[in-house]
Design a protein around this ligand. Structure first.
Ligand code: GLA
Length: 754
């Protein structure tokens, strides 16, 4: 009897276990390669003597390995022995693949002197490759995987093989990077893939969370039958809370949409493991997925005033400030001690007018409804500096890219209001690249057909109580190849003012062609020219410098009167990009001040895609908590990058936590500093105006982690009251030390106050 049940158990275990390709059945190429800047096709030949070439690691761009200024062509070479046992031991014996991570910008790959592939036709078409084409195709950011049939004559089985990679790069990062670098047989996992980006979680009215996803069989010749198993487990104790197996057939070249439903509990975050196990070979593919957990408490019926507590304006500039407040409508807005020249609309909460003289005014705002009232001070500073707190808004680039249009801007503005974001202080609707046409004979900038009437569009956005931003470049062309402002700066600034623009993102782009290796004063110059132009017009225009951090812009951005400056290249919705950018911001911590903000680029939560096709952010929920927590601590401009008309409850919860946003909007305007970091975690601390501190606890690992905080290490003495800002709950007193569990790549944000 006992024997039988053990046998049954073994059979079950066997049925459920997966046969996997042996790890050692691949040749690791993440080793030093030979490297030579320049271009010579004879470098492809296997017999070429590269012994005098320097070595380089393939998983880091060449700028990080001693070639800071290198643009143009360069070659990588490596040798490896290819035993036929590699194919004999493999479960699938058809094809060999060469995996070369990613390559910035584009490449051609030669095996034993013969071309085996290139990531696009760019390299072959033109020498040097066309810059706009490279950019438009995003070729640098695609996985390099070159596949050959095992009988391909170019492969040398049981011999030494030589791979030579010809790379072309211009501007920014260059060369091979990312992972993996290897030679292996194409396996089952290369054919069957989960695609999680076409759908997202749906929070249903019955409190269930449902999720669809796609399983793709990319094989052109094999159907795969098997079991799809879904397991949901708790992060806190690993307990399996839900398990379901379903038989499923994946025919060749097919995409199957399927999904699951689960009852979430925000207090107990969980992750799902989805496995497809193929019946015949027992091979599996698995995807681990974190389920979203909403921490932000829902909005209360009673009024609450949110948003900036201090607002800067210049004398005589049109004044527009929306008092942001939540609570059950209708809300009534009142302002006591409002200075002469300004009035508040009691229904919309809009303060408008103009101030004639420099000076400071402390206004008492009150918002009332049937359930109660809330009162808060607003300090209005009429002087030279605007944007006294980081701008909160939306920008079209990370979702719509160059496909932005008048209609999409109106939809976004409508959604900013209808989603309630406006009630939490979100203000700007910014048009990025893609609106421009050309300058006419009088030097007037014309819009393209996607923007039939810019004045009407700006007026519409203003009528909703929002502000509007625009984009240009000091070069002749923008990064997207549209008309820039070069030599038309004054005319353009006049046009912006006439339309009613409140924010200008000014992007270096093709100005780099004038000065490929600019000195610091050449970097500053175009920003001074446009600064002069926008200061001539009677409008407060937030001046956002975008030149990716060149020449340590944070050291001189204020000198050219920038209100914010990008400190990095473009962000993407990946952990590599987010953590790389976010955690490198200590370089500029001390340069942040009211009206002078470091900008680590826009947010990548929600439906993004750089237009026109969107996908749901590839960041896990924990990574998204890190994104908003860190950007708030960094006093960064918060510019939402997703389609606002498709905000899901989780994304909305990330963007509407008033206690978290208050850390970003704190009037002191200091940026958090890195207090402690090691391989597993980082602690960032930000001093706030009232003497309290916001502390971010960041888990850098892929496992839940208990993060210890020693107040002495943070140079804090005495007893403090602790509050969890995401959950908006008090945590009691702390004197020396506390510890918190933080989810993989996730963050907690607490505030301690004496
Ligand atoms: C650059 C900027 C982006 C975006 C595009 C528009 O890449 O860094 O934020 O504005 O140009 O073309």
């Amino acid at each position: 009897m006992k024997k039988i049940s053990i046998l049954c158990l073994l059979a079950l275990l066997f049925a459920a276990s997966c046969s996997t390709e042996r790890k050692e059945n691949r040749i690791d190429l993440n080793i030093p390669w030979k490297f030579m800047p320049g271009d010579d096709l004879s470098w492809a030949a296997p017999a070429f003597d590269d012994s005098k070439w320097k070595t380089i690691l393939p998983d880091k761009i060449w700028e990080e390995q001693g070639y800071e200024k290198l643009d143009g062509y360069a070659w990588y070479r490596t040798r490896f022995f290819l035993p036929s046992s590699l194919k004999e031991k493999a479960l699938m014996k058809d094809s060999l693949q060469i995996l070369l991570g990613k390559i910035d910008d584009c490449d051609q790959v030669f095996l034993n002197g013969e071309l085996i592939g290139q990531n696009t036709a760019v390299m072959a078409a033109k020498s040097p490759p066309d810059e706009n084409f490279i950019k438009a195709q995003g070729v640098w950011n695609t996985d390099r995987r070159y596949v050959l049939h095992v009988n391909d004559q170019r492969i040398g089985w049981d011999k030494e093989n030589v791979i030579a990679v010809r790379v072309y790069d211009q501007n920014g990062a260059g060369g091979m990077f990312s992972k993996p670098f290897a030679v292996s047989m194409v396996s089952f996992a290369d054919y069957v893939k989960f695609d999680m980006t076409k759908n997202t979680f749906v929070f249903r009215n019955d409190n269930l969370l449902s999720r669809k996803f796609i399983i793709e069989n990319r094989s052109g010749k094999d159907d795969f039958n098997g079991t799809l198993s879904l397991k949901v487990s708790s992060y806190s104790n690993g307990a399996v809370l839900f398990h379901k197996d379903t038989a499923i057939n994946l025919s060749r070249n097919s995409k199957t949409e399927t999904g699951f439903t689960f009852q979430p509990d925000p207090a107990n975050p969980v992750f799902a493991e989805i496995t497809f196990r193929e019946n015949h070979t027992g091979q599996c593919v698995t995807e681990k997925m974190e389920l979203p957990y909403i921490l932000t408490p829902s909005v209360k019926k009673e009024p609450r005033i949110n948003g900036a507590k201090v607002f800067g304006v210049r004398p005589w500039s049109p004044f527009l400030f929306k008092v942001a407040a939540t609570g059950e409508p209708p809300l009534k807005y009142l302002a006591k001690d409002i200075p002469e020249g300004l009035t508040i609309d009691s229904v919309s909460g809009l303060i408008t007018g103009a101030l004639k003289k420099k000076g400071e005014h402390m206004v008492t705002l009150t918002v009332k409804n049937a359930s109660g009232s809330a009162t808060r001070k607003l300090k209005i500073v009429c002087g030279n500096t605007i944007s006294l707190t980081p701008p909160l808004g939306w920008n079209s680039w990370n979702c719509w890219g160059l496909s932005v249009s008048d209609e999409k801007i109106r939809q976004s503005a409508d959604a900013m209001r209808s989603s309630g974001l406006i009630d939490h202080g979100w203000t700007y609707i910014n048009i990025d690249d893609g609106w421009e046409y050309k300058h006419d004979k009088d030097g007037k900038i014309l819009t393209n057909s996607k923007f039939p009437n810019m004045y009407a569009l700006c007026s519409y956005v203003h009528s909703l109580g929002l502000k509007i931003g625009i984009y240009s470049s000091p070069g002749t062309k923008t990064c997207g190849g549209y008309e820039g402002s070069y030599t038309f700066e004054e005319k353009d600034a006049e046009a912006y003012a006439a339309w009613g623009i409140d924010y200008l993102k000014y992007d270096w782009c093709s100005y780099g062609r004038l000065y490929p290796n600019p000195t610091k004063s050449q970097m500053k110059y175009p920003y001074q020219v446009m600064r002069k132009a926008i200061r001539k017009v009677n409008r407060d225009i937030h001046y956002s410098l975008c030149q990716y951090g060149m020449g340590d812009v944070w050291e001189w951005g204020a000198e050219v009167d920038g209100n914010s400056w990008r400190t990095t290249g473009d962000i993407e919705d990946t952990w590599r990009s987010l953590s790389g950018i976010g955690y490198s911001q200590r370089k500029c911590s001390s340069f942040s001040a009211p009206g002078r903000w470091n900008d680590p680029d826009m947010l990548v939560v929600g439906w993004v895609g750089w237009g026109p096709d969107l996908h749901y952010t590839r960041l896990t929920p924990g990574e998204q908590y890190t994104h908003i927590t860190l950007w708030s601590l960094l006093s960064s401009p918060l510019l939402i990058g997703c389609d606002l008309s498709q905000l899901d409850p989780f994304t909305l919860s990330l963007l509407t936590n008033d206690e978290v946003l208050a850390v970003n909007q704190d009037p002191l305007g200091k940026q958090a500093t890195l207090a402690k970091s090691n391989e597993s975690y980082a602690l960032w601390i930000k001093e706030l105006e009232d003497g309290s501190r916001a502390i971010g606890l960041f888990n850098l690992t892929e496992q839940p982690l208990n993060i210890p905080v020693d107040l002495k290490e943070l140079k804090l003495k005495g007893r403090w009251n602790m509050r969890d800002l995401w959950r908006q709950t008090d945590l009691g007193q702390v004197e020396q030390h506390f510890e918190m569990k933080v989810l993989p790549h996730g963050a907690n944000l607490i505030r301690i106050v004496k």
